[in-house]
Design a protein around this ligand. Sequence first.
Ligand code: NAD
Length: 436
Amino acid sequence: MKVAVIGTGYVGLVTGTCLAETGNEVVCVDIDEQKVESMKNGMVPIYEPHLDVLFHRNIKAGRLTFTTSLEDGLEHGEIVFLALPTPEGEDGSADLKYVLGVADEIGRLLRDYKVIVDKSTVPVGTAEKVRNVISENTNVEFDVVSNPEFLREGFAVDDFLKPERIVVGSTSERAIKLMKKLYRPYVRSGNPILIMDEKSAELTKYAANSFLATKITFMNEIANFCERVGADVDMVRRGMGTDSRIGKRFLFPGIGYGGSCFPKDVKALHKSGGESNYDFAILEAVIKVNQSQKTILLPKMKNHFNGRLKGKKIAVWGLAFKPETDDIREAPALYMIEELLDEGAIVQAYDPEAMDNVQKVFGDRIYFGKSMYEAAEDADALLICTEWSIFRTPDFTKLEGKLKGPIIFDGRNLYDTEDLQNLGFTYYSIGRKDIV
Ligand code: NAD
């Protein structure tokens, strides 16, 4: 099939590449000329496991091409995906200027029937807005479909190729038929394509993300309470997770959720509630708790260093908002680093993929290590913000040799407290006994 994807960020580029992989001809459109130029030169603009192999294979096969021209993309695709940003607006609602801006252009350029597929995460009622904006400038027939994306950064290619479900919101038989045909190769193992009305599809995405953010936040509160009463959150987590109604996943406490989706999506759903006179009390609490959770280790650090972090060298392992990505949007590490710098501490950071992006934020206000051990060189303490695999089993003897003092503040509970005690470390983590 002939497909156009407008916006080649984490979602758009993965969507375009994975759709090309099953034989579709895909034209990816982006407004960022530099990005398009570098993709034309064979460079993958983001880090996402396995994406490079598929990207190069499909470019070579002529099934994946790039352009800055929306007109060319639109002329090519019978199905046109919008994978545009929907960032947090000033009042917390989703800013629809990219989606509606492109819809306006599409209305002016439409020559024949197209299915316009909204893959961006958007509030209930957006498909209708997109339809209205396009209709203002054209009499050509078209359909708008809501098709929210559930891929996870770090697993995006796998998630797209083998989705647990595909949600398609539409009442147009013609559009539904085309969407089913396009997605058939991805659901051969029997996972469902759920057809529903567009409003329910739009809400499904916000409900899923808000539920997951709530689950993490609930566990973070349990962890914080564990510390007050001397319980061990690892034990509580296992005890809870074995209940099949609860499940084992998303129960790991830490220094809060971040990323390009959960923070803005929870806020957008909360805001949508308000607009419909519905008070989403639970989401308000989630937003508040997560904000303070990001810097929950700071008081422990200050306390350890007798209230003064000025001049202390702190090594920071992990900058991306989660492992296996270079995405640093709303990453808890950034909040911790900002606080540490405010306190006058010196930060030496390391991340396997996200250092270039972090350098753009902090410039020369922080130092970067070439390796995790170099970042720890002569540091007064190590702070762990992201659970990259390589941080899970470090050479503790080597680490101890690098650090000024064997002190770890672990925002992701990577290590066994007893092991660290036996190794002679001072070890602070989340919801467990501090080893001091
Ligand atoms: P992104 O910021 O990584 O990418 C957006 C891309 O759109 C950029 O390359 C930008 O240059 C381009 N763009 C902006 N305006 C444009 C225009 N007028 N024409 C063409 N291109 C334009 O965003 P993302 O992370 O891919 O997210 C896209 C949407 O998908 C958002 O609504 C997001 O909430 C949703 N989503 C994201 C994820 C995720 O894990 N990142 C997962 C599911 C859903």
